[in-house]
Every structure is written in structure tokens, then in C-alpha cells.
Design a protein around this ligand. Structure first.
Ligand code: NAD
Length: 366
């Protein structure tokens, strides 16, 4: 269960108090008696374009927690889209329920009707608890959905593109830390070799990096290690390894009070979302330790870029070309951080906010 404490919002605030806290534009509560649909669509900011964000289906402990989650996640999408140079705003949706038991065609299509009624202000895609098949059902009711299978003109699995963007961000961080973006011979620990992690390991092996891998699932771990000639390390040991680069590709929050003192790396660059348990604490702490941190929401944006590429006709080549720009954006973040004495996460957020402000002015006139 997602706890309010983890999502960083307080339950004692009124609904409008929570919406106002980070200046969300619109929150839509969707209800349907027949299908049992209970969903919330959060639209944080549409200055740059329509709000795009995945739909998550989860058994929230309470409606307040579902609201807190959708507000937090939709705001995060605004930053991710803005810093990636996309003409997209930030949004997200949550469906309250058990994805294994409560999901069915009628419920998903009813949800699609709610998205349709937003007239393109919100575009959705897959997230936790949802599949490409579910997107197909939503697509039957609205065209404002991406993350469709390739057979339906979509971009298919976004993981390889996410891995490519993470790789680009990692190379930029290596350039900053070591003076060269070559990863040949670099000792790199990849924590989590799921969809994205495994693709990342493949890219690193092509560059002859010295790879270490860990994962909860033994079988998967052995398979990836064997295929790419990587060394297996136990889950907890990953933080103590004497490596050049630590790449968190499992779950968020792995950089925290317990682990930060143990890290010996000079670079952190991975695809996991929300890697810093508390960005106000670990953001500056990493800078003090001299670790070059490549902000997660910037370098894992390949998946978003891939679904964005579906709007107006998917083209894999252009999705990869756009993703490659993560390299330059990451270097820009480091420059801004240095110039203004900010830590890298702060600088990335500032860069995103600056773009929204500038483009907002461009669009202020007819
Ligand atoms: P996944 O579930 O396929 O892979 C995650 C892997 O990490 C699993 O194999 C899991 O066992 C492992 N893991 C979790 N915690 C671990 C730990 N403490 N130590 C070692 N292994 C651990 O997920 P994915 O699609 O590869 O995504 C990985 C991360 O990247 C997630 O945080 C996700 O939110 C983020 N992300 C993914 C995409 C995408 O395109 N799939 C896009 C942006 C961000």
C-alpha cells in the first residue's frame, strides 16, 4: 500500500488545499455505478501542451491516498516533459481497485469515455497495473491514448528507449566526472535487471564496461549475467562495491540515509523513478560527497519520449533521436548546477520550470 507519508502529502488538507499546494489545474473524479469504476485524473500543468501521463491501477488503502498519489505523480510528469523538450504538460490517472480482480473491458472503456470528455487535454498510457491490451480497450472509446502495441501503430514496449536515454545520461555524467564519456572498462553496478535494466546492461556490454548486476529474482539475474558476461552481486552488497558508477534500475528510494555513506562511486545514473528518498537531504549530500548525480526524471524520460512520438504517427528513428538529446540536457543541468551553486536535482527542476515559464510567455498572445 502507498502510505501518505511516502507520497509526501498531508491528509489534514482539504481536497482543494491539496490541489492548490502544487498548483494543479484540474482534478477529475470519475465514477460509474455499473462497472464500479472509481478513478481520479490529475492534470497538473498544460502550459507546454496536453497533459500526458500513465494510468495506474492500485488497491489504495483510502481515497485520500489515491488522490495524494495522482497529485504527486502528475506533477512529476510536468517536470519530466518540460526538461525533455517535449510539448507536453503533466498528468496522471489512478484507478482505485485490484488490477488482477477488478479490471475488465467495460470498466476500462468507461474510463476511456471520461478521457474522451476531456477533449485531448489529457492523454494516457500504461503504468503499474495496466497493460497494452488495456490501452486497446481505452482506445475503443477515445483516441487520446498512447503506449499502444506496434501492430496498432503504437511504439510498443518503451523499455529499450528508456534504457537508451539512461545510457545517454550516464555517458554525460561520466564525461562530467571522468572527463570522458567512454564507459569502456568502467566498473558499473546495475541494481535491478528487469525490462529496462537488462537493455541497459546490453548497451553497457557493447561498450565493454565491467558490469556488476543484482536483482531480487535469481533466475532473471543469472540469465542476464550469463548473457552479457556480468558479475553477480548480492542485493545488499551493491551499495558497498568499489565501482565507478552505480545505476539504480529497480525501485525508488535506494539513495537514503542508510546507503549514502556506503556508496564509493563517482557517478549515479539509473532509470528508477524517485531515487533520492528525500531530495532535500540526499540532493545536497551527494553534491558534498562529490558524486555526480544524473537526475532520474531527466535520464529516464525515454519512455515518455517514445509515447510522445506516437502522437501524430510513430517513428522509431525519431523517438531514438529525441532520446539521444538527453545527453546534452544532462550536461546543461550540470552546467547550471555549477553556475548557480545548486545540487543537480535542484538544477534539473529549475531548468524545467524555466522552460515552462519561457514558453508560457511565447503562448501568451494569440
Ligand atoms: P521491472 O519491474 O521490469 O524491473 C525492475 C527489476 O528491479 C525487477 O527485476 C526487480 O526484481 C528488481 N529490483 C527491485 N528492487 C531491487 C533491489 N532493491 N535490488 C535489486 N533488484 C531490485 O521494471 P522496469 O520497467 O525495468 O523499470 C525499472 C525502473 O525504471 C522502475 O523504477 C520504473 O518506474 C522506472 N522506469 C521505467 C520505465 C520503462 O520504460 N519501463 C520508464 C521510466 C522509468
Amino acid at each position: 500500500m502507498v502510505k501518505l507519508k511516502e507520497v509526501g502529502l498531508k491528509s489534514d488538507k482539504s481536497v482543494f488545499g491539496q490541489i492548490a499546494e502544487h498548483n494543479h489545474e484540474q482534478v477529475v473524479f470519475c465514477h460509474d455505478q455499473d462497472t464500479g469504476l472509481k478513478a481520479i485524473i490529475g492534470i497538473h500543468n498544460t502550459v507546454l501542451g496536453p497533459a500526458l501521463g500513465g494510468t495506474r491501477m492500485w488497491s489504495y488503502a483510502s481515497e485520500a491516498e489515491a488522490l495524494a498519489d495522482v497529485l504527486r505523480l502528475s506533477r512529476g510528469m510536468t517536470y519530466k516533459a518540460a526538461i525533455s523538450g517535449l510539448n507536453l504538460g503533466g498528468g496522471k490517472a489512478v484507478i482505485i481497485g485490484d488490477a488482477n480482480q477488478d479490471k475488465n473491458e467495460a470498466l476500462l472503456r468507461k474510463f476511456g469515455r471520461f478521457i474522451k470528455n476531456l477533449n485531448g487535454c489529457f492523454i494516457t498510457a500504461e503504468d503499474v497495473g495496466m497493460t497494452t491490451k488495456d490501452m486497446e480497450y481505452i482506445r475503443m472509446e477515445t483516441k487520446h491514448v498512447s503506449g499502444l502495441p506496434e501492430a496498432m501503430g503504437g511504439g510498443g514496449d518503451p523499455s529499450p528507449v528508456t534504457a537508451y536515454g539512461t545510457y545517454m545520461g550516464m555517458k554525460a555524467a561520466a564525461k562530467k566526472a571522468f572527463g570522458s564519456d567512454s564507459l569502456q572498462g568502467r566498473k558499473i553496478a546495475v541494481q535491478g535487471v528487469g525490462y529496462v535494466g537488462a537493455y541497459l546492461v546490453e548497451l553497457l556490454s557493447k561498450e565493454n564496461a565491467d558490469i556488476y548486476v543484482s536483482d531480487i529474482y535469481e533466475d532473471r539475474l543469472r540469465e542476464v549475467a550469463k548473457k552479457y558476461n556480468a558479475q553477480v552481486v548480492s542485493m545488499d552488497r551493491v551499495y558497498d562495491l568499489d565501482v565507478d558508477i552505480y545505476s539504480p534500475c529497480g525501485l525508488g528510494g535506494t539513495i537514503n540515509a542508510d546507503t549514502i555513506g556506503r556508496l564509493k562511486c563517482q557517478v549515479i545514473a539509473g532509470c528508477a523513478n524517485n531515487q533520492l528518498r528525500d531530495e532535500q537531504v540526499q540532493g545536497p549530500a551527494l553534491a558534498v560527497k562529490g558524486i555526480v548525480y544524473a537526475p532520474d526524471f531527466l535520464i529516464n524520460a525515454g519512455g515518455l519520449i517514445n509515447v510522445y512520438a506516437e502522437i501524430g504517427g510513430y517513428n522509431r528513428e525519431s523517438a531514438y533521436a529525441q532520446t539521444e538529446r538527453i545527453y546534452g540536457f544532462t550536461l546543461d543541468v550540470f552546467d547550471l548546477a555549477e553556475k548557480e551553486g545548486l545540487h543537480n536535482q535542484q538544477a534539473a527542476m529549475k531548468m524545467a520550470e524555466q522552460r515552462i515559464e519561457r514558453i508560457g510567455k511565447v503562448r501568451a498572445t494569440f
